[in-house]
Every structure is written in C-alpha cells, then in structure tokens.
Ligand binder design. Structure first.
Ligand SMILES: Nc1ncnc2c1ncn2[C@@H]1O[C@H](COP(=O)(O)OP(=O)(O)OP(=O)(O)O)[C@@H](O)[C@H]1O
Length: 356
C-alpha cells in the first residue's frame, strides 16, 4: 500500500470552478512526484487538499492507510514548503526552524539536537541562526523553510513552487540540493511547479495536469519520449515540439509538398497531427529519405546551438523548427531537413491522443 493515496478526488468551488475533476494518484516512500501543468490547472489545489487546507468535494486523501478527510491540517503529519517561504518575520531563524517542534511540545534538548542535524544537512551557516528572515537572501530563506519542513520529520513532504522566487542560477543550485536532501528522507515528496525543467530533473514520476484532469502519470523519460497526447507533447520539452495538423494521402502525411510515411494504423484518417522535437529535425545528408525542403525565416542563436524556423515548401501554414549545432552552416533560401522515422510522434486530430 502506498504511503499517500489520492482516491477519485474532485474539488468544486462552485458549479463553474472545478479545479480537480477526478484525480487518483499513489505516492510511495522515496518517491518524488511532481504535479506540473499550466497556470490554473489545479496543482496548488491538489497540494492544499493533501495538506488539509481544502476539503475535497468527493474522494479521499489517505496517508498510511488512514483517511484524512476529517483530520485537521495540524494533525496530518505533513510538512509544506511554500513559494513565499512563509517564515515568521519576528522570529530568529533558529526559532523559525524550531517552531513545528515547539508546537508539538518537543523537549528542548531534542529540539537543539534536531536543529543541529538539519543545519548540517542543509549546509546552513551557524551564524545565520540568530538572524531574522529579512536579513537573509532569497536562497537562504528558502533553505530555512526547507529546514523547518525537515525538522518535523513528517510522513509526507509537500512543496509548492519553492524555487519560483529565486533567480535562474540560484534556482539550479537549490534544485540540485533539494534533490539530494529529499532522496535521503525516504518519504513521499509531492512537488508542484509550472516549470517543466524542474519537473524533469527532480522527479521520479511526473503527473501532468491540464484543466483539472490528469493527462499522464509517468517517469520523466516516458513523458518526454512517449507523450500520451499532443498537449503533453507540447508542454514538456524546450524548445517546444513541432506539432502540425497535416492531410493524409494514401500511406503518406503531406507536409507541404512532401510525403511522410504514416505509421501502421488500422484506419487512415483524413488528417493527423505529426509531432517531432526540434532537436530531432536535422540538416539532411544524402542517405536521408523523405527530406523536407524549405526556406529559413528565423534564426535564434542559443550559444551552443541555433534554432532555425523553416517555412516548408508548398505549405504556407507549415513551419518546422530545427535545433542544430551552432557551427553548422546552411543555405537560407533552401534547407533540406530530415525527420527520422523513430523521432516522429503521431496524434489523432480530434482528441490529440497518441496513435503510435
Ligand atoms: N478559493 C478559491 N475559490 C474559487 N476558485 C479558486 C479558489 N482557489 C483556486 N481557485 C481556482 O481553481 C483553479 C485552480 O487553481 P490552482 O491554484 O490550483 O491552480 P495552479 O495550477 O496551482 O495555478 P498557478 O500555477 O497559477 O498557481 C483556478 O481556476 C483558480 O482560479
């Protein structure tokens, strides 16, 4: 039995606002599960439901086999870390870290011991312990917030966009630290972010939400390489996957003037969505088959690579993006692009579901 279970959760604020439709997810000890999705898809609501800050309209939140629906937040034995740190401004860092233990009337000696362990684990300088939160940098404040969550030794950790207020460099550094720290806790970690890089790098599994509905629940590898539908395909990966609705003619999908062999399908539709990641579209060599030709209309220099946007011949609304090494040269009037068979993703037009 998984440590944390969400069973058929539905959350309605009113008949029109239903941020979670019917969500079931299990999270085991040692798992790092990330809810990811665009703004308003219901990520924070899910976390708040687990913490007990919101009540589900239907369904159950279960921790250690026990239904938590009627258990108030303070008694759920979960720790939550917020984007805004939520530190007490009038308390010193040490008091902030100790606060969940004080509430539980933990003996002073044990509090000191646990603070010293957590300070060491997080590499927090001892000199910071006497400061007030306003005297800390953003990164330090977030470490203190994480320390406060760890010191409590909860059954489940919840983190709501904890890195969003940090600048890009610091975010990368704290991200790596978080991964290490939570790996050693061997408890379920539920993390929320809208940042797909964070989701990919931190998680053992990703739950991608859209409009309150789980689109895919899988490892980062599966989500990236076998997206369940065109929404997942477009959301995960940067630069974004090329996704084009194209007409089918015989056994081919027509990308402008060029026929691309369709996968094996029980029935050939009149239209289909072809997806291919920019890093999989490369400048064609003589051995490539099914080459697509077009004109370069935009070049974005990314340092190590260049991102080309190519207007496909014969398809005014068809543009392909190709990520190629920065030192590769090309003829802007006519580039030939290869779309390797194994890198192609196919989705149905109506629902966007993966076809192969
Ligand atoms: N207390 C509330 N009353 C009514 N509607 C709410 C309430 N809290 C959230 N919502 C709505 O529920 C939906 C989901 O909100 P939620 O905060 O879970 O989204 P999110 O995925 O975390 O978004 P973001 O990334 O912007 O934080 C939104 O449409 C939001 O406006």
């Amino acid at each position: 039995m998984a440590k944390l279970q969400l069973k058929n959760i539905r959350k309605e604020y009113n008949s029109k606002t239903v941020p979670i439709k019917d969500l079931s997810v299990d999270v085991d000890d040692g798992e790092f599960l990330t809810f990811v999705g665009p703004s308003g898809c219901g990520k924070s609501t899910t976390l708040r439901l687990i913490a007990g800050l919101e009540e589900p309209t239907k369904g159950e939140v279960i921790i250690n086999g026990e239904t938590m629906n009627a258990v108030p937040p303070g008694e759920r034995n979960v720790s939550m870390v917020f984007q805004s740190y939520a530190l007490y401004p009038h308390m010193r860092v040490a008091e902030n870290i100790a606060s969940p233990l004080k509430i539980r009337k933990t003996p002073e000696g044990e509090i000191e011991q646990r603070i010293s362990e957590v300070v060491q684990k997080l590499d927090l300088e001892k000199s910071l312990l006497d400061r007030k939160p306003r005297q800390l940098s953003g990164g330090q404040r977030q470490r203190v917030a994480v320390a406060r969550a760890l010191v409590r030794e909860p059954e489940v950790f919840l983190l709501d966009e904890p890195l969003s207020n940090l600048d890009a460099l610091l975010r990368e550094q704290v991200r790596a630290e978080l991964k290490q720290i939570f790996k050693s806790q061997n408890k379920p970690v539920v993390y929320v972010t809208h940042d797909q890089t964070e989701a990919m790098t931190l998680s053992t599994r990703i739950a991608l939400l859209y409009d309150g509905v789980l689109q895919q629940l899988d490892t980062p590898y599966q989500i990236y390489n076998y997206p369940a539908n065109s929404f997942v395909a477009g959301f995960m990966g940067s630069p974004q996957m090329n996704l084009m609705t194209v007409n089918c003619k015989g056994q081919k999908a027509m990308l402008g003037d060029f026929g691309i062999t369709l996968p094996e399908l029980s029935e050939i539709p009149s239209q289909i969505v072809l997806g291919i990641r920019p890093e999989d579209v490369h400048l064609a060599t003589e051995t490539d088959e099914e080459v697509v030709t077009g004109k370069v209309i935009l070049v974005e220099d990314l340092g190590k690579e260049q991102l080309l946007t190519v207007q496909v011949e014969g398809g005014t609304d068809k543009q392909l993006r190709s990520l190629i090494p920065a030192d590769q040269s090309w003829n802007s009037d006519q580039v030939h692009l290869a779309l390797p068979v194994h890198s192609r993703h196919w989705f149905d037009v109506e629902r966007g579901n993966r076809l192969s």
